[in-house]
Write a protein that binds this ligand. Structure first.
Ligand code: THU
Length: 135
């Protein structure tokens, strides 16, 4: 799976987005080391707070199907700026894949490639609990 193919899959998910409130569709495609891809879209809610971002939709699909290792995620939106992942999604992805590569696309199809550690430096993950108060 090339980076471009993963970005294309993220774009293909925009039409599945349920965004009656923000009108801001987001698509995601999450690649596992074994080549499996899980896609996602944002799913909004009238109560606003329960809204699920595209990245977390993809991650929940993957984990619930038994996948916990991830190599790359592509995130796509329609706006002029790159569709940067929100802080909550950065944290949730860090739990499973601190070494994740992140492809962030904008509406014209251009995308940038970063590491999750660039987007979430000094992240708090499972190993952060090793030297906690209970040890
Ligand atoms: N959104 C995502 O799907 N992913 C992000 O990382 C940023 C925000 C969605 C949530 C909401 O449905 C819409 O974009 C506007 O915030």
């Amino acid at each position: 799976m090339t980076d471009q193919a993963l970005v294309d899959l993220a774009f293909s998910m925009l039409e599945r987005s349920y965004v009656p409130y923000s009108r801001f569709p987001v698509g995601a495609a999450l690649l596992c080391p074994d080549g499996t891809v899980f896609t996602g879209c944002n799913i909004e809610n009238a109560a606003y707070g329960p809204t699920i971002c595209a990245e977390r939709t993809a991650l929940a699909k993957a984990v619930s199907e038994g996948h916990r290792a991830f190599s790359t995620i592509a995130i796509a939106g329609k706006s002029t700026d790159y569709c940067w992942p929100c802080g909550v999604c950065r944290q949730v992805l860090y739990e499973f894949a601190p070494e994740l590569t992140v492809l962030v696309a904008r509406g014209d199809g251009d995308y940038v490639k970063l590491s999750l550690k660039e987007l979430l430096p000094h992240g708090f993950g499972p190993s952060s609990l090793d030297t906690g108060a209970n040890s």
